[in-house]
Design a protein around this ligand. Structure first.
Ligand code: NAP
Length: 339
């Protein structure tokens, strides 16, 4: 464990905004957690900062999760259970599982962030969500001061959501996760763009490594690199509304993409609505909407968290005015509230 005094967080958040942590504590093992106190109102846990917008300095301590380790824990027929520490880089885990001949995470390639953040957000991309592969989470319960294992059913997973994010946001620090992966490859090419990318690559019979390469190529072509242009990926989740309302909207707005989301619900494309309101590529001071992807807000250099939040509010207000649909931010906002 490394205990520091204050820490400038600019390099610890992918938006690259300035914020100072009053106190920083780096955790390298679950053993470091015993005896630490957590103030839910002031302290926070930070992974790679790839889904957090700081709008002010933090009042309390910032716990940096750097708990490492990746290993195979069990083989059940053709299913292999893999465990990874919460401080591992997600993409390193994906590549390591592929190098072991295991599939299941290929559609989730190149998602920024650390393993510990993956269940919080129930990360998802190209038709696959982490919850489909997750067997259990080991987490430190700040409230009870103990290490517990939560099975998938206890994690409250939803669309880009979990118990760790919405129901009990300040209760847990995820120390490790267990995933069920396959020795036999079962491709999920349900997203049109993925099949098209494989065609462009000349792949007729994909394996997991090739699907991973296709996802990486797609993400690199569509999303700005946070190392060059600060961002936190999608700033808004895709709104899920009733199917009737979605169909009515489609009648009013020709071309609005709608995807089924359960029997009676439908998912709208937030990016399409934002672009339709004219925001793509728009710049407001040092903050902007990416010219590559309307769902991504960017820091052109020197933007404050408040500038980015202000732009996000203006974008959401215009979508609400035109489409009557409320947008919800995907990143955690520190120092301010969305509503
Ligand atoms: P896209 O392929 O242009 O599609 C736009 C939206 O339509 C996506 O957000 C996706 O919803 C939805 N969609 C497309 N095909 C679908 C299908 N067959 N069934 C259900 N929903 C479908 O999307 P994109 O922006 O380039 O992103 C591609 C994937 O990467 C998406 O899954 C997206 O979520 C993921 N991604 C996530 C982030 C992030 O920061 N969280 C950033 C970039 C991309 P879903 O988003 O619900 O999948």
């Amino acid at each position: 464990m490394i205990r520091g005094e204050s820490l400038q967080l600019r390099r610890y958040n992918s938006f690259g905004v300035d914020a100072v942590a009053h106190r920083a504590i780096q955790l390298e093992s679950p053993d470091d957690l015993g005896g630490l106190a957590f103030d839910p109102a002031a302290d926070l846990v930070l992974g790679a900062g790839s889904n957090t917008l700081f709008t002010s300095d933090t009042e309390g301590a910032v716990y940096l999760n750097r708990i490492g380790g990746k290993r195979v824990v069990e083989v059940r027929g053709s299913t292999v259970v893999v465990e990874a520490g919460g401080g591992e880089v997600w993409q390193s885990l994906v590549l390591w599982t592929l190098s072991q001949g295991l599939s299941g995470l290929e559609n989730l390639s190149l998602i920024p962030g650390l393993v510990g953040a993956a269940p919080v957000q129930n990360i998802g991309a190209y038709g696959v969500e982490l919850s489909e592969r997750l067997e259990s989470v080991e987490a430190w319960d700040w409230r009870e001061g103990e290490l517990v294992r939560l099975d998938r059913d206890e994690c409250g997973f939803g669309y880009r959501d979990s118990r760790f994010k919405s129901a009990e946001p300040a209760r847990w620090l995820i120390t490790s996760i267990r995933l069920c992966l396959d020795m036999e490859f079962r491709p999920n090419l349900s997203y049109a763009g993925l099949g098209e990318q494989l065609d462009r690559m000349g792949v007729e019979t994909p394996d997991a490594a090739l699907v991973s390469r296709a996802v990486i190529a797609l993400r690199k072509s569509k999303l700005p690199n946070p190392a060059r242009l600060g961002n936190a990926g999608s700033f808004f989740t895709n709104p899920v509304i009733s199917r009737d309302r979605a169909e009515a909207l489609q009648r009013d707005f020709d071309g609005l993409p709608v995807h089924p989301a359960g029997d009676e619900s439908a998912k709208l494309s937030a990016a399409w609505m934002i672009e339709n309101c004219g925001w793509k590529g728009h710049r407001q001071g040092n903050a902007g909407v990416s010219d590559r992807h309307a769902l991504v807000l960017v820091n052109h250099g020197g933007a404050t968290g408040m500038e980015i939040l202000d732009l996000a509010r203006r974008v959401a207000a215009s979508v609400e005015k035109k489409f009557g649909v409320a947008l919800t931010p995907e990143p955690r906002i520190v120092g301010d509230r969305w509503d």
